[in-house]
Write a protein that binds this ligand. Structure first.
Ligand code: EPU
Length: 341
């Protein structure tokens, strides 16, 4: 049997925030067939609450989970084909994201180096279309396989089916809670060129005197940048960016830019402007602030941290305080990024 069922499982070591909580039932699945079987078990199918748990790096646990958690721990890494522009590599949902990026580089399949060191599993990556340093998964994604929870059937999702957006996909909307992603097929460009325009990447390359970067150079700059700015969850619990960067219309941007000439915003193709939430939070005075066991990271205002012993409710209270302050100061509503359970 490729799945195992535990009861009263501690979730604290399984979420990067290190928040306390226990799951009434916990199913670990090591293969696609195990997932197909597990979703049909009454313990999962009839559970009051269900949660599919990947790497646990985008999660706020608010207490005990009176339901069934399913952890797809499917391994696998295989070249499965090619298109006119890309090499296709199918990766099991349970593989670590960063290990996959590193392995692709080792196997001379560059293209994901800007997404180095993002915590979490491969299966979780499409759900929020992970992105960093000028690249989003959507640019390197081909398709995925997922088990439909209601039927146990395996279904394919094409790129278009996933409806990717900024930190968004169909799995956060119409298909939310209905599928367990089991394999992701990545599309690595046959003709690679560096994605090096993001300020931190350009600066890191310039500091190293690199003008014609290799994928390995970019990988190293991204790893160094993340290590310098973002807390390592193994040392200080966190879930990465806690809020999405809010997108505002041109009139709102004009008003904010007039009132705050130093505000940071990135124009979007549709004429709207994506604001740096970190800047808004920083200018609201929260950076480095501590409130009991929780706080705002001292080097990145978008990251909330667990200084030790925090509960999910404290994280949410601090988040609420930030949302209200930013709203009052700038008239912009921040939206949380992690999943709250
Ligand atoms: N900034 C501040 N104060 C701070 C931090 C940043 O004013 O404390 C300003 C910076 O000066 C910069 C701007 O805010 O001009 C943006 O900062 P940064 O480049 O660090 O990126 P970000 O927009 O805060 C996003 C992603 C990160 C990703 C980085 C790099 C979101 C929600 N977050 O952060 O993703 O690593 O860009 O590409 O889009 C994550 O999703 O968990 C995550 C870490």
């Amino acid at each position: 049997m490729a799945f195992s069922l535990e009861t009263d499982r501690d979730l604290q070591p399984l979420n990067s925030f290190g928040l306390p909580g226990r799951a009434a039932q916990f199913l670990t699945c090591n293969s696609v067939s195990a997932v197909r079987e597990a979703v049909r078990l009454p313990v999962f199918a009839r559970a009051e609450r269900r949660l599919v748990l990947g790497g646990g790096s985008n999660l706020v646990i608010t207490g005990d989970f009176a339901g069934c958690v399913l952890a797809p721990r499917i391994a696998g890494f295989a070249r499965v084909g090619e298109t006119a522009d890309a090499w296709l590599v199918e990766v099991g949902a349970g593989e670590g994201w960063h290990a996959t990026v590193a392995r692709l580089l080792d196997e001379r399949l560059p293209g994901l180096e800007n997404l180095a060191l993002i915590p979490g599993s491969v299966g979780a990556a499409p759900i929020q279309n992970i992105g960093a340093y000028g690249l989003e998964l959507t640019s390197r994604f081909h398709s995925l396989q997922a088990v439909e929870i209601a039927t146990g059937e395996l279904r394919s999702f094409s790129h278009a089916d996933c409806r990717f957006g900024y930190r968004d996909s169909v799995f956060k909307r119409a298909a939310a809670g209905q599928f367990v992603i089991t394999q992701v097929t990545l599309a690595l460009p046959r003709r690679w060129s560096p994605v090096a325009a993001y300020a931190d990447v350009a600066r890191g390359l310039a500091q190293r005197g690199i003008t014609d970067p290799s994928a390995r150079d970019i990988f190293e700059v991204v790893v160094a940048t993340r290590r310098a700015k973002l807390p390592d969850p193994a040392m200080l619990g966190n879930a990465g960016s806690f809020f999405k960067n809010p997108v505002v219309g041109a009139p709102k941007w004009a008003q904010l830019a007039a009132e705050h000439p130093e505000i940071v915003g990135y124009p979007q193709a549709d004429g709207r402007v994506k604001l740096a939430a970190a800047w808004l939070i920083d200018r609201s005075g929260f950076k480095g602030q501590r409130c009991g066991a929780v706080g705002v990271h001292e080097r990145q205002a978008l990251v909330l941290v667990n200084h030790g012993g925090a509960r999910g409710s404290e994280v949410l209270a601090l988040a609420q305080d930030i949302v209200e302050n930013v709203q009052a100061r700038f008239g912009v509503r921040l939206e949380m990024e992690p999943v709250v359970v």
